[in-house]
Design a protein around this ligand. Structure first.
Ligand code: ADP
Ligand code: MG
Length: 560
């Protein structure tokens, strides 16, 4: 009889594989441990790092501690005190709930966790690499101490990927500072090879904390709340400009995350106030109810998925934009702000009134002129968005109506077919693994070049999965995995057509839709790009993109 070829991997191996997802570098461990301490309501946390975290990462907190009988469970996979039922993952208030961080960490180092939950005695669990855990009494005070020693020392392949200990430490301390800025009510300190290099005591506001940690003074706080979302942030004044994005720190419910869309909202709010190659300072903590958020999409929990990404974008954009406008008014006399080329525009206030009966009349009398020729878009001023569908532009004595979807479709179509420049694609910090059917994989592999043009970068990962490293930026705000699957299906359906068919499908798919709210910045960019195309007036399917009416016609209506 044949022996099985397939075996279930023992936990010891499965944990190490899983560990690869959670822990890439020492900083990931620091992040997990600090988040656990916050979940345990610690108000004091000390971090000790030796050799960039390679010889030692030790985190001591004064949180609620762990029940003696729970201690052995902390390093079991999917052992967590934070959820009981599947639905709980959608209403979680804490930093972690996957219950895999400590299991993963303890499988790649010499590990110990000591803890005491009052009024019980304290215990320590010691688990050296590849040996069974042992538990002993410990006289630790209330709280928890986790020690991670000799990280990856017996796993040379993993160790090879680490940088020098000083670069690893830089990464760690950068995270600790950001974390401390957001969690300003906690005393936090850090030593490096035995020497204290960072300490910040509890503060009453994020502003005080940011001033304390970063010595930043050219900043101001904002607080916004609309019942569903609240924002607590410290923003740099426009004259406080940075060379890198390092001072943009985003957190959601006190958890530091990376989020492309929120970053864009911040950058766009500042877009006319600081030069293009400079970045603002923005520490922003967004509080939203947990059932509109999925923090479980990635093992390291550095990216989150919002149910209403557009709403979050708008709230962040508008609250920053408004506070910057107010700042401008407040400091009318101070030269620094007014020196910046601010063009006032408040999308919310812009409520165009357009009578549909008039529109019909215009149509009947053929008063609108289809635009057939135009040289440059430079003189166009975007005045607003109508019905979340039509971009209104003013140019000289004319008002132009541009269909946002068709216009964008034209722009993308040309990008895809001329191939002069690749369309914007977004490189994922966390590649996405996607399991697919065999024929789907075959299709992707065969059309790799054209898909690259559409903004996709991927590698075959296994027989039935791909690793996606970049996606078209247009699907960034959506449910990415689902979106990609739908897209593949659609492309396959059209694959009997030529590349042109694929380009048409993709441009229609990736274009902004009717009903998408666009910021002024986005509209300007779209109009600019539209006029760079070979034919800005009709879409690849032949529909008109633009028409205009004249000032005379409008004034006539008012009997001016
Ligand atoms: P998760 O945080 O996703 O639940 P972890 O592996 O990070 O999973 O931790 C497992 C469990 O160990 C937690 O649910 C918590 O009950 C306990 N724990 C870990 N660290 C601490 C700490 N510093 N203080 C109190 N309890 C802790
Ligand atoms: Mg955790």
């Amino acid at each position: 009889m044949a022996v099985n070829e397939i075996i279930q991997l023992p936990d010891s191996i499965a944990d190490k594989i899983a560990a690869g997802e959670v822990i890439e570098r020492p900083y990931n461990i620091v992040k997990e441990l600090l988040e656990n301490s916050v979940d345990a309501y610690a108000v004091r946390i000390t971090i000790e790092i030796e050799d960039g975290g390679l010889s030692l990462i030790k985190v001591t907190d004064n949180g609620k501690g762990i029940l003696p009988e729970d201690l052995p469970l902390t390093i079991q996979r999917y052992a967590t005190s934070k959820i009981r039922h599947f639905e709980d993952i959608y209403s979680i208030k804490t930093f972690g709930f996957r219950g895999e961080a400590l299991a993963a960490i303890s499988s790649v180092c010499d590990f110990s966790i000591a803890s005491r939950r009052e009024p019980f005695d304290g215990y320590i669990l010691i688990k050296n690499f590849n040996s069974e855990p042992i538990i002993k009494p410990s006289n630790i005070p209330k709280g928890t101490i986790v020690e991670v020693k000799n990280l990856f020392s017996k796993i040379p392949v993993r160790k090879k990927f680490l940088k020098s200990s000083s670069s690893e430490f830089k990464e760690i301390i950068k995270f600790i500072k950001s974390f401390a800025a957001i969690n300003y009510k906690i005393d936090i300190s850090c030593t490096k090879d035995g020497i204290k290099v960072f300490e910040s005591l509890k503060k009453d506001s994020m502003l005080e904390r940011v001033m304390d940690i970063f010595g930043e003074t050219a900043c101001f706080p904002i607080n916004y709340s609309d019942g569903n979302i609240s924002i607590d942030a410290v923003l740099g004044r426009p004259d406080n400009q940075k060379f890198r994005k390092d001072y943009i720190i985003i957190s959601v419910n006190n958890r530091i995350v990376k989020d492309y869309s929120i970053t864009q909202a911040i950058l766009q709010a500042y877009s006319r106030l600081i030069p293009e190659n400079r970045f603002p300072l923005a520490f922003i903590n967004i509080q939203i109810s947990d059932d509109t958020l999925d923090v479980n999409i990635h093992p390291t929990k550095t990216t989150v998925r919002f149910m209403q990404p557009q709403q979050i974008f708008n709230v962040v954009y508008n609250s920053i934009k408004n506070s910057l406008n107010n700042l401008k008014l407040e400091t009318k006399d101070a030269i620094s702000i007014d020196d910046f080329p601010i063009r006032d525009f408040n999308e919310e206030q812009y409520k165009p009134v357009f009578d549909i009966t008039n529109y019909a009349e215009i149509n009947d009398n053929k008063i609108e002129e289809p635009v057939t020729e135009y040289n440059t878009s430079n003189e166009f001023t975007v005045v607003g968005q109508l019905f979340k569908t039509v971009i209104l532009c003013e140019k000289g004595d004319e008002l132009y109506f541009i269909d946002q979807h068709i216009a964008h479709e034209r722009v993308l179509y040309e990008l895809y077919t001329t191939g002069e420049k690749l369309p914007p694609s977004f490189v994922l910090f966390e590649p996405i693994l996607l399991t697919l059917e065999l024929d789907e994989i075959e299709f992707l592999d065969k059309n790799r070049l054209i898909l690259r043009k559409f903004g996709f970068e991927f590698e075959l990962f296994s027989k039935d999965s791909i690793k996606i490293t970049a996606i078209p930026s247009s699907i960034m705000q959506k449910d990415i995995e689902n979106e990609i699957k739908k897209l593949i299906a659609e492309l396959m359906e059209n694959s009997n057509k030529n590349n042109d068919g694929l380009a048409l499908t993709m441009s229609c798919r990736n274009a902004v839709k009717s009903g998408d709210y666009l910021t002024k910045f986005e509209m300007e960019e779209l109009v600019r790009n539209l006029f760079k195309t070979s034919n800005p007036y009709t879409c690849p399917h032949g529909r008109p993109i633009i028409f205009k009416i004249t000032k005379d016609f409008i004034y006539n209506k008012f009997q001016r």
